[in-house]
Design a protein around this ligand. Sequence first.
Ligand code: COA
Ligand code: THG
Length: 552
Amino acid sequence: MRILILCHSFNSLTQRLFVELTECGHEVSVEFDIHDRVTAEAVTLFGPDLILAPFLKRAIPESIWRSLPCLILHPGIPGDRGPSALDWAILNSEVAWGVTVLQATAEMDAGPIWATAQFAMRKAAKSSLYRFEVTEAAVSAVLESIAYFPDYCSRHWQPTAQTDWPELHGQSRPALRGQEARIDWTLDDTATVLAKIRSADGAPGRIDTLFGEQVRVYNAKPYPALGAPGALLGMAAQGLVRATHDGAIWIGHARRGKNPIKRPLAQLFPECLSLSLLDASPVDPIHYEEHGPVGMLHFDVYNGALDTESCIRLREAWLMACQRPTRILILMGGHDFFCNGLDLNAIEAAESPADTSWANINAMDDLCETLMQTTDRLTLAALHGNAGAGGTFLALACDAIWARKGVILNPHYKNMGNLYGSEFWTYRLPRRMGNTRLLDRRLPLGSTEALRLGFIDRELSPADFDAQIIAQACHWADSPGFATQLSQKQLQRATDEADKPLASYRTEELKQMQRNFYGFDASYHVARAHFVNKTAHAWTPRHLARHREPGF
Ligand code: COA
Ligand code: THG
């Protein structure tokens, strides 16, 4: 089938559906929802059988939904309507929720239902639910809908009008903005404060007042402390600890006024530095655990963005873990993301973005170098969440890569203003794949294709990810072939080093990066500013809008 994905942006859910539908053999092309006229042009150029809208904020014009079926993926249960579906589900403490594929009609989200899928709610931020539960349910509901399509065309099947749906529990709910569901620090308990913040995290962010100023807050976790409700109890891991009436929460990030850039609170308010320093361990993104012959190093940084300081701390933690008598050391990443490379928000907010980029990439390369120089044991990158740009090549610095089935990788740099990239990709990528084609393809890579191409070594089912990783890594560490594999790796590293030292790869890559950061062509700085400021798209990139390729 020819499927045109119409979307506000190519977000993780849209990328996952793009990958799944392509994997099923469908011909998929993407158009950003920029203007009705441009959408109409895309339909004429591509001639799709149907339109799929996984992430759309505007109405599809009548001329289009009358001419071909347009399937809207709504992150709510049947009957639910409105642009803030998940936000309400979290605030209302729903225990089960769902996604619904409905056909676009004149009234928003009121069209007939093609398919729906349920999931259990988890106590997490909206964006985290969106990236996992919503995404998995969406894949199932979309594939079910697509399977009905032949019968729909031959009129043997039709979607169910909402009024005929047997259990229509959802309802129409208004848009929920940041200033609504305000936190009442004197009355709200910890669970309520968390729900209010999480229902607006990653966007738009719940509004609160800190140091006499209105801010939007993100990245909240419960923190074991007590105090007068609303009191700022201290600072931990770059964030603030604030008392509720039955406990306390830690707030990691915020943004001020109209500035769209989220920053750690300690970076945003110098006032934080006068507060007392509390124990960081309950909220530290970097932590180590050990299971027999296997060590696991987690780094659960917000949005997978690894700033200079985090690279340095992570490298130190890795070196500490290397002191332990383990045979396999696993780089775990975070729950939501494995890693997304350099912290572009920190870079954009810096006095000198060029100098900060340079410091960040050098710290990242130090980290990669340390991973590759760990030759006394085997190293494994375990990807529960997605990885992008430098974050994917960080994983490549380990001996093996195992990923959750459904992970989306973006192993390329060029979308960020033709950035050359480093992290020793010029050494690791050709060794692993035999070529560097992925860099120019610029498309998301699903775990299944990644396994087929040899970018990853193993796909694991989504349930109990950490437990599976531990069990399988322990099995590996105790396997008869382990000692041979380790000595092969040591030999390979020594041969490679003699052939061309790591330092040479690094120098060559960084020479290009220096040009990206300090040269005449400012493309990287422009692309980064658009990315962090979330500038609306003005066109769909050619690698996505295949129907706009010359000769299509
Ligand atoms: N440095 C700094 N930040 C980085 C980064 C890097 N290297 N790489 C990624 N990020 C940030 C992105 O800026 C983004 O920030 P955000 O938290 O402010 O959105 C975040 O990491 C995730 O990256 P993105 O590529 O946008 O991933 P995503 O697609 O998984 O997440 C949504 C975005 C869709 C979850 C979010 O926009 C949202 O909550 N939307 C509402 C969805 C919804 O309910 N829609 C219903 C209407 S149909
Ligand atoms: N039919 C048609 N087009 C559609 C949908 C449809 N486009 C996508 C849409 N479903 C996805 N869902 C919604 C539902 C409601 C709103 C927006 C997207 C909405 N928006 C408010 C408005 O437009 O005034 C305000 C939005 C805001 O404040 O963010 O209510 O079923 N043809």
